[in-house]
Design a binder for this molecule. Structure first.
Ligand code: SF4
Ligand code: FES
Length: 365
C-alpha cells in the first residue's frame, strides 16, 4: 500500500498531522472542541457541499513551511486544504471572530426571528451561531423577503423565509435519491428552493432533507408544532427495515413517540440515512427495539436537564437583563396567548399532566 503523505498543521496553537488533501475544517474537527469552526453549508457526507455560507472562515497566518507568507484574506476552511507547516487561527483570531459576527448578521438579514414557534428551535445551527456571535440589534431596515408558498408533499414543510441557501437539501436530494427532485431557482435575493412545477418530492429517502437542513426551513409535517425538542427524550432505537439501516433516534415524551430522526454525530451530521417509512410512519413504541438514551454530544439545550447527557444538569442563569445591559425588558409576551399556533383557547394549567400532541390535535376540538 502506498504510504500516505502527512502534513503538519497548527490550528489555534494545537498541532496535528493529517493526510495531504485534508481541508482545514476537517483537520480542526480531528482536533475537536472549539477549535472546529462552525459549518452551516459543508456536510461531510454530501459531495460538493461547502463554500456557500462563509461561517467557517479562518485566518491562515502562515501558508506553509515552504512559503510562510500569510494568506491575504480570511479563507473558507471547508474549501481550503492544509499545506505542510500551515498555521491557522480560528477562535484565537480577533479578525475571524469579527468576520463571523458579520456573516451571522448577513445570514439573519432576511431570516425571521421566529424561534419561539419554529420546530427547529433548540437544534438550529443558526440559533446557536446567533447566540455565540450575533449582535443584539439589526441594522437592516428594509422589508424582509417573502415567497409564494410551495407544497413539498404530505411529509415536508418548506418555510422559504428561513432558508439560508446552503444547498445541502439540494445535494441530499440529488445524491440520495439518484434523481434530482428540486433545486434553487432564480438568483440573488430572489433565489429560492422549489420543485419544478410544484412536483411533490416522492422518494423513499427524501425525508433526509429535513435532517440536513441547518435551520427550520425544512421541517417534518408529522411533528409540526407538536412539541419542543428540549421537552423530548431522545432514545436510540432500531427496527428491521427492508429499505434502510433502521437505526434511528426516537424523540419520546413518556411512551408517546413524537418524532423519528436519523442519528446525528457530534457535528450535527446524519450517521445513517433513514427511509421515509421509518421517519414518518413508525410512530409507535412497539414498532421499535429501544436501545437506550441517546447522548446528545453538542452543547445543546436538549442535553440540559436530561437524566442522561454529556453536559449534566445546569440551571440556566437569567439572561434577559444581561443581554439588555442591565435594563428591564419593556414588554414580555406569553407566546401561548399571542400565537394562534399554540391554540390560546386551550388552558395549559387545566390539562391533567403534561401537554401532549393529543391536546392540540384538531380532531379533538
Ligand atoms: S432549505 Fe435548508 S437545507 Fe435547503 S438550502 Fe435552505 S437552509 Fe439549506
Ligand atoms: S461551511 Fe464553509 S462556507 Fe459554509
Amino acid at each position: 500500500m502506498p504510504e500516505t503523505t502527512l502534513f503538519k498543521v497548527t490550528i489555534d496553537n494545537i498541532s496535528i498531522d493529517v493526510p495531504a488533501g485534508t481541508s482545514i475544517l476537517n483537520a480542526a474537527r480531528m482536533i475537536g472542541g472549539d477549535v472546529a469552526p462552525p459549518a452551516m453549508c459543508y456536510y461531510s457526507k454530501l459531495e460538493g457541499s461547502g463554500g456557500k455560507c462563509r461561517t467557517c472562515l479562518v485566518e491562515v497566518s502562515k501558508g506553509s513551511e515552504k512559503d510562510p507568507r500569510p494568506m491575504p484574506k480570511l479563507v473558507a476552511s471547508c474549501r481550503t486544504t492544509v499545506m505542510d507547516g500551515m498555521e491557522v487561527k480560528n477562535i484565537t483570531s480577533p479578525k475571524v471572530v469579527d468576520a463571523r459576527a458579520g456573516v451571522v448578521e448577513f445570514l439573519l438579514l432576511n431570516h425571521p426571528l421566529d424561534c419561539p414557534i419554529c420546530d427547529q428551535a433548540g437544534e438550529c445551527h443558526l440559533q446557536d451561531l446567533s447566540y455565540e456571535h450575533g449582535k443584539e440589534g439589526t441594522r437592516y431596515e428594509f422589508q424582509r423577503r417573502t415567497f409564494k408558498k410551495h407544497d413539498l408533499g404530505k411529509y415536508i414543510q418548506l418555510h422559504m423565509t428561513r432558508c439560508i441557501l446552503c444547498y445541502r437539501c439540494v445535494f441530499a436530494a440529488d445524491q440520495l435519491t439518484g434523481k434530482r427532485e428540486h433545486g434553487i431557482l432564480d438568483r440573488g435575493d430572489h433565489s429560492e428552493i422549489a420543485t419544478m412545477i410544484e412536483k411533490n418530492l416522492q422518494n423513499d429517502f427524501i425525508g433526509n432533507v429535513i435532517d440536513v437542513c441547518p435551520v427550520g426551513a425544512l421541517t417534518d409535517k408529522t411533528f409540526r408544532f407538536k412539541n419542543r425538542v428540549w421537552f423530548l427524550k431522545p432514545m436510540n432505537a432500531h427496527r428491521d427495515c427492508p429499505t434502510c439501516s433502521g437505526k434511528v433516534t426516537l424523540w419520546n415524551r413518556g411512551e408517546e413517540v413524537f418524532r423519528v430522526t436519523a442519528r446525528k454525530d457530534q457535528w450535527g451530521e446524519v450517521e445513517d440515512w433513514i427511509c421515509n417509512e421509518c421517519r414518518f410512519e413508525k410512530k409507535q413504541s412497539s414498532d421499535w427495539i429501544i436501545e437506550g438514551p441517546r447522548l446528545i454530544d453538542r452543547h445543546s439545550v436538549i442535553s440540559q436537564g436530561h437524566y442522561a447527557g454529556t453536559v449534566g444538569t445546569n440551571m440556566p442563569t437569567e439572561t434577559i437583563e444581561a443581554v439588555l445591559s442591565g435594563r428591564q425588558p419593556k414588554l414580555l409576551m406569553d407566546i401561548h396567548e399571542v400565537s394562534e399556533v399554540n391554540r390560546p383557547q386551550i388552558e395549559l394549567s387545566k390539562i391533567n399532566g403534561p401537554a401532549h400532541s393529543n391536546n392540540f390535535n384538531p380532531d379533538n376540538d
